[in-house]
Design a protein around this ligand. Structure first.
Ligand code: ATP
Length: 696
């Protein structure tokens, strides 16, 4: 359609909406004025809110507060924007918030805020039994005859004029059937208050309010449009609903460190985020939410803000290394990181004592030995050769005798002295320094709780560091992750970190809410023969039992004879998408080289690209592009994996006994990474390959 045509359609729609609103406003005012016992101010607020009831919201007025004898609740509103508990005030003096207190006419009015919070907690309890996240209920204090929009803790204070527009512009959180279910449930939990001052007249049939007053109202149409919009909504649209088992985890009281594990897509992150909001809402201290991946925390911060704006500023989302550097800086400890100098230091060390040692017989790629130092020696905080000589090198395949370990140790010492010579630290040093600092008793506890997402990506020293921040305090440390999605070498057991997870403090989620069966089956086939050991030391087979929630999805396999044909097929698939579907699509690659290649390809084809390192969780009208690593923890409706089998999948079919241990280890890691990338897809997974010449 021509642009002019769609602009005129939009203008027509805007006029229709305006007329509709005007009609709804008239009807609402008329109805509010029939609430004779209410003050004029309360009627004005009610009129604003009654407009919402014409737009898919349900308004419960003057309800009994369960568990009390005579107290009432002014209003509860349930709608696409969530659940709100309202207290309507008709004060003679203007309200103000000063130094965390509510005041009016020179007097402290905190008792009103306390009552509203207590009612909100009752409502949270009621919706939690429906499986709704407790953080989705929000308290509002609305002031008749005033104009304001401010906050007091988690309470939002709004004036008579602001309340309608603010609620109407809330982002979509609940679909229509959820609004119905919650409102029905709350109607039962908060029965009508006897002797109600503002209840609508009994003679007025309740249904009248939701029926069109005349032909101008197209309520059915509005609802259908809202529903359709929810289905089309970008993938970032946050889920407010949790399964009752997940809600229980969010609200649970743990007596010490706890852990949530489970296969890909089982809602671990959702639970972690709701838990962060819950703790921030309940306690007085700050919550630290840590991930290893460098941009994931930004995305998660955006999600939390959408989900629970009132608490968002009490949760710090950080990448582990950046946080550790800030922490050291705050404590006055100097660190110097310089990537180039670190590489040179290792390069020299390898040349001097590695290249001609017995290590080269096992694997002559220096990278393997650098990983040994990073993940095994420094990552596990090993400080003496004897300790290293007796170490069980978890998830490392090459068997090293004493002689080889001695050679690794020499390489490590040489590397350390080269770093010292250049006066630089590497990333492992930063964590070790931060750990030493965190263990120093300063009397300050910066955080009440620490939540670690994708914990399998951390090293042992990283986990020790975060544990040191909160110790074994109740509800202090929560570790969220899945060993099957480990994408870095090496590993450790929690017991080595001195973390004891026992009884109900170790929880496993089992229902995959993300992937369709076809997609999950394809992903599990890649790692089917790779049993793995998780941080609790349990060995688990690669093909795990997962419960599925049934929704459609498909796997598209495209095999071409040349890279050019393969790339053209990718472009065709992307071009075939409607333009608003591209924003929920991601092209993921195993290497940086491949990312540069596909960035050029998409640029040349005129397709807008958003690199994952720039993605912050807000919907963006572009195809996302990034590495398998960067895609960790994220999800997309459609995932495109060009050349997905160049690194790992095909190798899995080679006879294993002829392959050196270190190569097998690398391939295993490649398969884990591919598994992670594949399980990012919700509805469609596109797997591209270039046919290899069997003789080649
Ligand atoms: N109870 C639920 N009902 C419906 N959808 C849910 C539920 N719980 C989680 N989801 C959805 O399932 C998807 C996967 O959730 P999440 O990202 O938290 O899983 P995860 O276990 O952290 O995944 P991964 O380990 O693969 O990163 C998300 O879209 C989330 O909104």
């Amino acid at each position: 359609m021509a642009a002019g045509g769609s602009a005129s359609r939009r203008a027509q729609e805007a006029r229709r909406q305006e007329r509709l609103l005007r009609e709804q406003w008239q009807a609402a005012r008329w109805e509010a004025y029939r609430w004779e016992a209410a003050s004029e101010g309360e009627q004005a607020v009610a009129a604003q809110l009654l407009v919402l009831t014409e737009r898919g919201w349900r308004l419960l007025v003057d309800r009994k507060w369960p568990g009390t004898r005579a107290a009432n609740v002014d209003m509860i509103l349930v709608g696409p924007g969530g659940v709100f508990v309202l207290d309507v005030k008709n004060w003679r003096s203007a309200p103000e918030v000063a130094q965390g207190a509510l005041r009016a006419g020179g007097q402290n009015r905190d008792e009103h805020a306390a009552k509203l919070l207590a009612v909100t907690r009752s409502a949270e309890g009621a919706v939690a039994s429906l499986g709704m996240s407790p953080v989705a209920v929000r308290p509002l204090m609305v002031f008749a005859g005033r104009s304001l929009d401010t906050e007091l803790g988690r309470i939002r204070l709004l004036g008579e004029r602001e309340v309608g527009p603010v609620l109407l512009s809330e982002r979509l959180r609940l679909p229509a059937n959820s609004v119905r279910a919650i409102a029905d449930h709350l109607e039962r939990a908060f029965p009508e208050y006897e002797g109600s001052a503002v209840a609508p007249p009994a003679s007025e049939p309740r249904e009248r309010r939701t029926e069109p007053a005349d032909g101008l109202f197209d309520l059915e149409g509005l609802r259908d449009a809202a529903l359709e919009e929810a289905l089309r909504a970008p993938i970032e649209q946050w889920m407010t609903f949790l399964h009752p088992d997940q809600v229980a985890l969010v609200r649970r009281n743990w007596s010490g460190p706890a852990r949530i594990s489970g296969p890909a897509g089982t809602g671990k992150t959702v639970v972690g985020l709701h838990r962060a909001a819950h703790l921030a809402q309940r306690g007085s201290g700050r919550v630290l939410y840590i991930t290893f991946a460098r941009n994931l925390h930004r995305v998660q911060a955006t999600f939390l803000k959408a989900m629970s704006p009132a608490v968002a500023d009490r949760v710090d989302f950080r990448g582990l290394h950046a946080w550790a550097q800030e922490f050291l800086q705050d404590r006055g400890v100097r660190v110097r990181i310089n990537g180039e100098k670190i590489d040179t230091a290792f390069g020299f060390a390898w040349k001097n004592v590695g290249r001609d040692s017995c290590l080269a017989e096992i694997d002559d790629t220096p990278g393997y030995w650098r990983e040994e130092i990073d993940y095994v020696i420094k990552g596990r905080g090993i400080t003496s050769f004897e300790e290293y000589a007796g170490l069980s090198r978890r998830r490392r395949r090459a068997r090293l005798g004493r002689e080889h370990r001695r050679a690794v140790w020499n390489l490590f010492e040489e590397y350390q002295s080269r770093l010292a010579e250049r006066e630089v630290h590497d990333f492992q040093d930063v964590l070790a320094l931060a750990l030493a600092e965190a263990r120093r008793e300063t009397g300050q506890r910066p955080y009440a709780a620490v939540i670690v997402d994708e914990v399998q990506d951390l090293t042992l020293v990283g986990v020790r560091l975060l544990h040191a921040l909160v110790g074994d305090a109740p509800n202090g440390l929560l570790l969220v992750g899945d060993g099957q999605q480990a994408v870095y070498p090496g590993g450790f057991r929690l017991s080595e970190a001195g973390i004891d997870i026992r009884g109900d403090r170790g929880q496993v989620l089992r229902t995959n809410y993300r992937n369709s069966k076809e997609i999950l089956d394809a992903a599990l086939a890649v790692v089917a023969d790779d049993p793995f050991e998780d941080i609790d030391g349990l060995r688990t087979p690669g093909r795990r039992d997962v419960d599925l929630t049934y929704h459609d999805g498909r796997v598209v396999r495209v095999v071409k004879a040349s890279t050019a044909e393969h790339d053209e097929a990718l472009l065709d698939a992307l071009r075939a998408l409607p333009s608003d579907a591209r924003r929920d699509s991601a092209v993921l690659c195993a290497s940086m080289r491949a990312i540069s290649h596909y960035q050029r390809l998409l640029d040349r084809a005129g397709m807008r690209v958003c690199l994952l390192e720039h993605y912050d969780g807000n919907p963006v009208e572009a195809v996302k592009l990034g590495s398998y690593h960067r895609a960790k923890g994220l999800e997309f409706k459609r995932v495109f994996l060009p050349g997905h089998d160049t690194d790992g999948l095909a190798d899995a079919r080679a006879p294993q006994e002829q392959v050196p241990d270190t190569v097998r280890e690398r391939r295993e890691l490649s398969r884990s990474r591919l598994f992670v990338a594949m399980t990012r897809a919700r509805d469609e997974l596109w797997l591209g390959s270039v046919r290899r010449d069997p003789a080649g």
